[in-house]
Design a binder for this molecule. Structure first.
Ligand SMILES: [Zn+2]
Length: 602
């Protein structure tokens, strides 16, 4: 049919294009057998390869998410292209001339040509800016600045850094002379929307932004100090047909081979960070372009680092820390291992490179901490973790990290690490984790009502009633104490009262007024007074109330342990003899818990 890419062209694409090398651009493939190549699937998150490419049949298939097809389908899915667009891209990459049925070219392909024309425009502009920086007087100030920051000529050339002249009208004149039309330039993103004769970037140090093929598709511009305060320090091109911020990483074209070989990537904040890392030989660094890390970014790299790790190198200020948190969760949700680079001795990689040299920076990268260690350290500083309240807050914040982990083993070991770091009982931590939603709600209610905290409604549940009964008959406390510890109580008000009772017990001052005096919470002491004066707690029923409370809490505890155990048993995959033994062991543990739960019901 007219306008369609000819069958001959499509055949030529299928015969010529090497599917292994096309897919190898997106995930690391390893040869297994004569025609089989395997890698981690670029379409879903996984740690062990289940994505197979058959070099003979020229097909791919994922045993995890069932994605599959030929090389054209792959490019369509990966680059979000239509069928003719994908064919065109593959043909161009392999130097295959494209012919159309009846020789008619459809509009769609013309649109594609427009993207090519924009790229040509940006390439030319980048070369011109580069020349102005390196060779002319007008770029001198910018060149001096960037050299003072330690960049070598080789680096400036590699990243094609440039200078956009102060005269805003210069660029238009230059490009018109190169035969680009007025209309085309107006839509190019290089000029002000309102004043199309004026360049968007002026008197700035220019960083070309490359696509994965190494073509210039956009620019970032930095003011050259000393500049006036009113100017934005960094300016990036807006969205363009050839440039989507969410899907572009600065430096990716230079870094992708190294990311694949080293199985690691550094995500950093700015263009200068990337360039400094590359100059120091850490050439697997990339940066997002003024946006947070996105799903699309992760997709670009997850096939390369699935069995390696991601390094995060963000600022240590508040915004940087928030970005780090978010990035950790996003990476963990995609089953990627994360380490954090906490730079010492300078505010960014370029400063450290300049002050202490390449080796120092490399060492700092090699000493990056696992995310869990980084987070526990941060939380330890953020909250007063020597108090129960501080421990609770820190734990709750940490639970959102645990939530992002994709394996139960990882969840358990990070909870263990939490309990060790803040000196908490492992069982209590696990129980709090299971109850985290409730606890988080309670914390947020408490925070919202901070000023009116004293009036806040207490949660008068079985736990608290049991302890109020103890307050009415102090002799019962020894029984509670020998059966339960503070962290066994889930209700924070019950915990508070338990602490008060413990204090009274230790100081042997054990009257109701003593207890009320030690109770530093008005609402709680009010509830205690009301409950006791209501007369529900009498000598003959207190014993039953206390026994019921102990049983109730122990039963809850066992139920939770059972839940964890049942989940572990359900998820257990038996491969070796040893696994079988382990599983038997879990089943025995469960039977014991069943028995205990039964005995509590009697
Ligand atoms: Zn898959």
């Amino acid at each position: 049919m007219a306008g369609f890419i000819s069958k001959d062209t499509i055949d030529a694409i299928h015969n010529t294009v090497d599917i292994v090398s096309v897919i190898g651009e997106y995930t690391k493939l390893t040869k297994r057998g004569a025609i089989d190549w395997w890698g981690c699937c670029p379409f879903h998150s996984e740690k062990t390869p289940s994505f197979r490419v058959d070099a003979e049949k020229k097909m791919y298939y994922c045993f995890g998410c069932h994605a599959g097809g030929d090389v054209v389908k792959f490019v369509m899915e990966m680059e979000k292209l239509s069928y003719p667009e994908a064919l065109t891209q593959l043909a161009q990459q392999s130097g295959i001339p494209i012919r159309y049925e009846d020789g008619v070219k459809p509009d769609l392909i013309k649109q594609d040509n427009k993207i090519e024309q924009y790229i040509e425009l940006y390439e030319r502009t980048a070369s011109m800016f580069h020349y102005l920086l390196m060779e002319t007087d007008s770029g001198k100030k910018a060149l001096e600045y960037i050299k003072k920051r330690g960049l070598t000529d080789e680096t400036l050339k590699k990243f094609k850094l440039g200078y956009a002249p102060a005269d805003r009208k210069w660029l238009k004149q230059f490009l018109l002379k190169k035969n680009f039309s007025e209309d085309f330039l107006r839509q190019s993103g290089l000029f002000s929307q309102k004043y199309p004769d004026y360049a968007f970037f002026s008197d700035r140090l220019m960083f070309p932004i490359f696509n994965r093929k190494g073509q210039v598709v956009a620019f970032g511009g930095r003011v050259i100090p000393p500049a006036d305060e009113s100017q934005r320090k960094y300016l990036n091109s807006g969205e363009l047909p050839q440039f989507k911020k969410r899907e572009t990483l600065f430096g990716f074209n230079f870094a992708k081979d190294s990311i694949r070989t080293n199985k690691k990537i550094i995500f950093c904040e700015g263009n200068m960070d990337v360039i400094a890392y590359h100059q120091c030989g850490l050439d697997f660094a990339v940066a997002t372009l003024g946006t947070a890390l996105t799903e699309d970014h992760i997709k670009m790299i997850q096939g390369f680092v699935a069995d390696g790790f991601v390094l995060l190198s963000f600022d240590s200020d508040g915004a940087g820390q928030a970005a780090t948190w978010k990035a950790i969760k996003l990476c963990r949700e995609h089953s990627l291992t994360v380490k954090i680079i906490s730079l010492q001795g300078g505010k960014d990689p370029a400063e450290i490179m300049l002050k202490y040299g390449k080796e120092n920076l490399t060492n700092q990268v090699n000493n990056a901490k696992l995310d869990v260690d980084y987070l526990l350290n941060i939380l330890g500083k953020k909250y007063p973790v020597d108090t129960p309240e501080g421990k609770t807050r820190a734990s709750l914040e940490f639970f959102s990290y645990v939530d992002s982990l994709q394996s139960d083993i990882q969840k358990e070991s990070s909870l263990d690490q939490l309990s060790q770091t803040f000196n908490l009982k492992p069982e209590a931590v696990k129980r709090d984790f299971l109850n985290r939603k409730q606890a988080q709600e309670r914390i947020s209610i408490r925070q919202n009502n901070n000023q009116t905290e004293e009036q806040t409604q207490l949660n008068l549940n079985a736990e608290l009633r049991g302890l109020i009964a103890v307050t009415a008959d102090i002799n019962q406390f020894e029984k509670i104490r020998s059966n339960l510890v503070e962290t066994d109580f889930l209700n924070p008000d019950a915990r508070r009262l338990f602490r008060v009772l413990e204090d009274c017990f230790n100081s042997k001052t054990f009257s109701i007024p003593d207890i009320l005096t030690r109770c530093d919470n008005k609402a709680l002491s009010q509830v205690i007074t009301n409950e006791i004066s209501s007369g529900v707690y009498q000598k003959d029923n207190i014993d039953t109330i206390v026994n019921d409370t102990i049983r109730f809490i122990q039963k809850n505890k066992i139920d939770e342990q059972r839940e964890i155990l049942i989940k572990r048993i359900r998820d257990y995959v038996v491969v070796t003899e040893d696994d079988k033994k382990q599983l038997d062991n879990l089943l025995i543990q469960k039977l014991e818990l069943d028995k205990k739960a039964q005995s509590l019901l009697k």
